[in-house]
Design a protein around this ligand. Structure first.
Ligand code: TNX
Length: 719
């Protein structure tokens, strides 16, 4: 008996130690009866909760405020600090609804719990009144204090309204941190009053800007920025919704933008810009140039004054240290300090940032590379993105760590192999996000104590070429992956995927539709056997298909008989959601006929033309393109095919491409005829005859990168 007593005390102690790691299951008790919310329902609240009363009224059009906290027929908002941070209880009683939060955030979370009990139209601010709610009591608290999402507004500009919409969507899901990636090589998005040129010039790329266009939007000047007043508005808007905005200025790398506006911040040597047609491609701040720290003090000083967040993210990822190795001043500094490794220069730079932040009452947040040596101040917060190992490493070094390894949490990654998006970290969907578990990854209890929470990221290089004026691509990449992230950050995944998926499909799809989210449905199951397609969707969505090149969509109602399965692509729709296309494997089958690739731009030694010609990987030219530069594909034997796709640039990303140009086809190897213009550096040919050679010709002067990437041809057989 005694032993059991001791064991249970030990158990309780252990669970306290694991407090961060152990998900806290919500307790929900269903009670008899219902409460009817009507236009006459009163709203009672403690004075500091007034913003939440206003918020709630936007969604449920309840009646007048009441001072009485004991009124019947009322929704009552109160706080009780003994509940703990962000915890809440929601009690729906026959006479009234009580929402009690451990703090402001707890009350907000309780309101969200109430919205989830109402018809989904509540998210469209169209909840019919009166509405009956079954009596219940929910006691709930978050697993992690930090439940974040990072949005890259540097590569793709997202204006104030777009960010507000995103904040709304995050807040419905209990995400409480929005990390805004406000600067990168391609854009500077926050007004700095002492240096207005940073946004006036650096907020835009292309046109007459010294910042070169990249990732699409080639012909126009593209960009935008937030004034400090607008940002203050966003900070307030987010705070009402229990979201803290954490700003990031990416330093000392990813800084080509500011270096294009202030070239003097770069290292002290003339770069070789022959391959880039004179464009200085260097992206790192010089560590040895003392004046740089005055400019940085101005910038960070204003950020510290503007953002209430305790942490200011100063980047630290992917610094090109070859620039420091070539800089006489950086080299002299290294000798003077007895440094052997350029990572120590990054440490020194980051220590200077930490000192500026500390003088302004703030702490640094950094990407995991910045703690490679472990010398950075230990009150820094580390965002571990590169791998699970990087998370283990930062937590072992004792840093407060936001866990966000790319292979689980980079929502710019594609979700199945044939969809859009990056793939460098992994190809994954919401199921993998939901499955993220600390227990099988080797975190010790000490390391778990350093985990402050989870975050996902949406980097936006690819968004800009997917109609960024619309939220479709952003939504498709983020939802339902954000739902899964939010669930594991709030509660964990103890319920298992099947139960979670059921709730997602049966309840949450309707909510997301009412929220206006253009969410992704899971792909339908497609099988082609004995001359017929059979397609099923397990989520009640409607199945459609397209045939050949015609965009017309047909409703699938019974198996489709065909001898040409490669012509069909299936997908599903449910309200505002849609699935990716799914095709038979014959659709993707390619040929690899012997081909020689030559170019007027020379070849890179590291990525020779033989890579693409051998269908082994990408090739690069030795320099950027100019007008009349060409890439020639000559086939050993003329090739008959139904489709030939020739691509310059990175897969899925309009970058390192021939920005503008055209293709010429030759059927005899001697005469060429024009076959069409490049689109995003690529062209799909549908030649009626066997092709002997194709030539791609550039019509642009420069493409803003030091080389052009050439991909292996993708040639589809005649079937
Ligand atoms: C890596 S994540 C980056 C970003 C890219 C992203 C694309 C990080 C700290 N650096 O600059 O946008 O990959 O997935």
């Amino acid at each position: 008996m005694k032993l059991r007593y001791l064991a249970s005390i030990l158990g309780a102690l252990c669970s306290l130690l694991h407090a961060h790691a152990q998900p806290l299951p919500a307790r929900q008790t269903t009670l008899p009866g219902t409460y009817r919310i009507s236009a006459g329902t009163q709203l009672s609240y403690e004075t500091p909760l007034a913003p939440l009363a206003g918020y709630l009224r936007e969604y449920i059009n309840v009646g007048k405020a009441s001072d009485s906290m004991s009124a019947d027929d009322a929704i009552v908002l109160t706080t009780d600090p003994t509940l703990g941070r962000e915890a809440y209880t929601l009690a729906v009683k026959p006479q009234r609804i009580e929402i009690t939060g451990g703090d402001y955030g707890g009350v907000f979370n309780g309101i969200q719990a109430l919205l989830r009990l109402l018809p989904p139209e509540v998210y469209a601010k169209a909840c019919p009144l009166p509405v009956e709610v079954a009596c219940t009591r929910i006691d709930d608290a978050p697993r992690f204090a930090y439940r974040g999402m990072m949005l890259d507004v540097a590569r793709t500009w997202i204006g104030v309204d777009g960010v507000k919409r995103y904040i709304d969507l995050l807040s419905y899901h209990g995400i409480n941190k929005l990390h805004l990636h406000l600067s990168d090589d391609e854009g500077w998005r926050i007004e700095i009053r002492s240096h207005p040129e940073l946004t006036e010039i650096g907020g835009f790329r292309g046109g007459d800007s010294p910042v070169r266009p990249v990732y699409g939007k080639w012909d126009e000047k593209y960009g935008g920025f937030y004034t400090q007043d607008e940002m203050r508005g966003l900070i307030r808007y987010a705070a009402v919704r229990n979201i803290e905005i954490i700003p990031e200025i990416d330093l000392p790398g990813h800084s080509r933008n500011i270096a294009s506006v202030h070239p003097e911040i770069r290292c002290n040597y003339p770069p070789d810009t022959l391959s880039t047609n004179g464009y200085d491609y260097r992206s790192a701040w010089c560590v040895a140039r003392e004046e740089n720290y005055a400019l940085l003090a101005d910038i960070l000083g204003e950020l510290c004054a503007l953002f209430p967040s305790k942490y200011i993210h100063v980047g630290g990822d992917e610094v090109d240290m070859t620039q420091w190795k070539r800089c006489p001043d950086c080299q002299a500094l290294m000798r003077q300090r007895g440094m052997a490794d350029p990572h120590q220069l990054e440490d020194l730079f980051m220590q200077r940032m930490a000192a500026i932040l500390s003088a302004n009452g703030k702490r640094p947040a950094v990407w995991n590379e910045a703690v490679t040596t472990g010398d950075l101040a230990h009150d820094s917060r580390v965002y571990s993105w590169q791998s699970v190992k990087a998370c283990l490493d930062a937590t072992a070094k004792g840093y407060e760590t936001v866990v966000m390894p790319g292979e689980y949490f980079y929502f710019d990654m594609r979700q199945t192999p044939h969809e859009d998006g990056h793939d460098w970290a992994a190809v994954f969907d919401a199921k993998k996000v939901f499955g993220f578990d600390f227990t099988d990854k080797g975190f010790s209890p000490e390391q778990m104590r350093n985990v402050v929470g989870l975050q996902a990221a949406f980097f936006s290089e690819a968004y800009v070429s997917h109609e960024p004026e619309k939220p479709d691509y952003l939504d498709y990449m983020c939802f339902p992956r954000i739902c899964a992230l939010a669930r594991i950050a709030w509660r964990g995944n103890g319920e298992g995927w099947d139960a979670y998926y059921k709730g997602l499909v049966e309840k949450h799809y309707d909510r997301m539709a009412a929220m206006g989210i253009r969410f992704r449905l899971f792909p339908p199951k497609v099988s082609y056997k004995e001359g017929a397609f059979t397609v099923t969707a397990d989520d009640g969505s409607e199945i459609y298909y397209t045939e050949g090149d015609t965009p017309e969509e047909h409703r699938y109602t019974c198996p489709v008989k065909t001898g040409k399965p490669h012509l069909y692509r299936f997908f599903t729709r449910y309200k505002t959601g849609r699935s990716p296309y799914v095709a038979d494997k014959s659709y993707y089958r390619t040929l690899a006929p012997a081909v020689a690739i030559t170019t007027s731009m020379g070849e890179s030694r590291q990525f020779p033309l033989a890579n693409a010609a051998g269908y082994k990987g990408l090739s690069r030219t030795a320099r950027a393109c100019r007008q009349q530069d060409w890439v020639l594909y000559t086939f050993e034997q003329p090739v008959k095919c139904r489709e030939m796709y020739l691509q310059t640039g990175n897969r899925q990303l309009p970058k390192t491409i021939i920005t503008t140009g055209y293709a010429e086809v030759s059927y005899d190897g001697a005469t060429y005829e024009r076959a069409g213009d490049l689109e995003k550096g690529s062209i799909t040919l549908k030649p009626g005859r066997a092709v002997k050679a194709v030539r791609i010709v550039s019509t642009c002067d420069d493409n803003g990168t030091p080389y052009v990437t050439i991909q292996p041809p993708q040639i589809k057989p005649v079937l």
